[in-house]
Design a binder for this molecule. Sequence first.
Ligand SMILES: NC(=O)c1ccc[n+]([C@@H]2O[C@H](COP(=O)([O-])OP(=O)(O)OC[C@H]3O[C@@H](n4cnc5c(N)ncnc54)[C@H](O)[C@@H]3O)[C@@H](O)[C@H]2O)c1
Length: 330
Amino acid sequence: MKTYLITGGAGFIGSNYIHYLMEKSQEEIQILNLDALTYCGRKENLNTYEGSADYHFIQGDIRNEELITSLFSEYPIDYVVHFAAHTHVDRSIKSPRIFADVNVSGTLNLLEAARNHWGDHYEGKRFLYISTDEVYGELEAEGQFTEATLVNPRNPYSASKAGADHMARAYFTTYGFPVLVTRCSNNYGPYQYQEKFIPNCLFHCLSGNPIPIYGDGQNIRNWLFVEDHLAAIDLVLKEGTLGEVYNIGAEEDYTNLEVVHKITAVLKEKYHLNIPPLAYVEDRKGHDRRYSMDSSKIQRELGWQQKISFDAGIKKTIDWYLNNKDFLKL
Ligand SMILES: NC(=O)c1ccc[n+]([C@@H]2O[C@H](COP(=O)([O-])OP(=O)(O)OC[C@H]3O[C@@H](n4cnc5c(N)ncnc54)[C@H](O)[C@@H]3O)[C@@H](O)[C@H]2O)c1
């Protein structure tokens, strides 16, 4: 049996990952979901597993050394999959300190607890740090991020993610600690907290308020349906080369305006909704202009492929939110 310590499992990607493991895992597993339940963590995302012998929810903070140490003593943890973080760029611009504290110090705390507990016996042990494409900063009109692109974060969120990403990789080179790092592009899908771009757009469409667009709406992002990310995480965790970084991204990039138009087209055609007007708002400070991902390494080395196009994924996402309207706090 494999024991997973999943941090941030009550958040967007973490919840999806736990559903994915519980539904698809080929081996016997036990999951410890450690989450502080901040404003965006929802324990009820995983209500179906409450009381099940192979799922344990622990409400706690990744910065709590005593708690983390006790988890390593109590359970035979094989894999750490570390999602927990403060994740919203706008919040990081307003309150950067908590981002450095949780994202960097919290990650260090987990690395230290695992290193102390595992000692030098790393056989079968793996620590996957879920980083982000945002650590690369922004691109000019041409080119893509590869794993060799200089890490050059430009806002407090991405700087804190880069700090933890560096720390995790330093544990590999310094201690031979079994670290893997993934850097994925923007995810979308079920369970994403409503202040993020796609649910926020849906929220405004459904509540009939103008849809806010930063600046000129021409910032370009790479969007991956969350299920494609989960399959990549699973592959990297099981088959990735220790100490390596893997980019994970979609084939297509879209401007923010294009994303809004795709969402409103589905809402009009399938749900016959009247769409509110766009409201252009002052641009985010230091707003990265363009991201684009080269995922050829994970495709070549681990055989990962994007399976869900943006057009298919956005329809699934819209259907999920319209069937789970309480999630949007309309
Ligand atoms: N969402 C994306 O598009 C995306 C893309 C690439 C990478 N990532 C990374 O993936 C991870 C998960 O992102 P998400 O979108 O699911 O985030 P999210 O904000 O939805 O979830 C984060 C979770 O972490 C928990 N958390 C926060 N502080 C904590 C603490 N001190 N101790 C324990 N738990 C704490 C929250 O309660 C929440 O459940 C993050 O590390 C993020 O940087 C996200």
